[in-house]
Design a protein around this ligand. Structure first.
Ligand code: PLP
Length: 217
């Protein structure tokens, strides 16, 4: 199936309130043009340099989402154009984004990444860190970032029940946070293998790569 057909097929299965991020990491620009021509304007990348290179070459109506782990020294490279940073996993990173956004005279939308998986290899904050950040005076002073919600990745496993429990946990953190930050409205959870479960558990944004562009090397 072509990229266009894959996109159409997936979009048919998504409820209206769920936004699709097409994850184009490692994929050539020709594939991204195909997705763009099919009307897909939200693309996700997990490496800053690769996203910068693609942003330079590709149509400017693409909204670039950074979905991977971000090193603080790379923030400045994407600050002028990044549309949403999903992987904010430390207060230091959030402060760096705020500083760079201020210099660039813009406000940058961010998601806080939560650690919900059993694996240690996945990045993210725990519940205590989340609440400490949000409750701090320093956080209130960050005027050039806008927290839009939470992001998380479930454990890589065939155990659907475990994946569902992890998504439920993230949804409940989201609901708790919403009582403190009522404007948050994005819950980024679900990838090619688990997005249907994620949507059942309250996802509003899915990040899908291989089911659109094919397997990565
Ligand atoms: C690669 C990646 C995805 C997409 O994964 P697929 O299984 O190809 O859909 C989603 N989220 C993050 C954070 C990723 O790094």
């Amino acid at each position: 199936m072509s990229i266009q057909e894959n996109l159409e097929h997936i979009k048919k299965t998504l409820p209206d309130h769920v936004t699709l991020v097409a994850v184009s990491k490692t994929m050539p620009e020709s594939d991204i043009r195909e997705a763009h021509d099919a009307g897909q304007l939200i693309l996700g990348e997990n490496k800053v340099q690769e996203m910068v290179d693609k942003w330079e070459d590709l149509p400017k109506d693409i909204q670039w989402h950074m979905i991977g782990h971000v090193q603080r020294n790379k923030v400045k490279d994407m600050i002028d154009f990044v549309a949403l940073i999903h992987g904010v996993d430390s207060f230091r990173l959030l402060k760096e984004i705020n500083k760079r956004a201020k210099n660039a005279d813009r406000t940058v939308d961010c998601l806080l990444q939560m650690h919900i998986a059993e694996e240690d290899t996945k990045f993210g904050l725990d519940k205590k860190e989340l609440h400490e950040i949000v409750a701090s005076e320093e956080f209130q002073k960050l005027k050039n970032i806008n927290i839009k919600g939470l992001m998380g990745m479930a454990t890589f496993t065939d155990d659907e029940n475990q994946v569902r429990q992890e998504f439920k946990q993230l949804k409940s953190l989201f609901d708790e946070l919403k009582s403190k930050l009522p404007d948050i409205n994005i819950l980024s959870m679900g990838m090619s293998g688990d997005y249907k479960i994620a949507i059942e558990e309250g996802s509003t944004m899915v990040r899908i790569g291989s089911s659109i562009f094919g397997a990565r090397n």
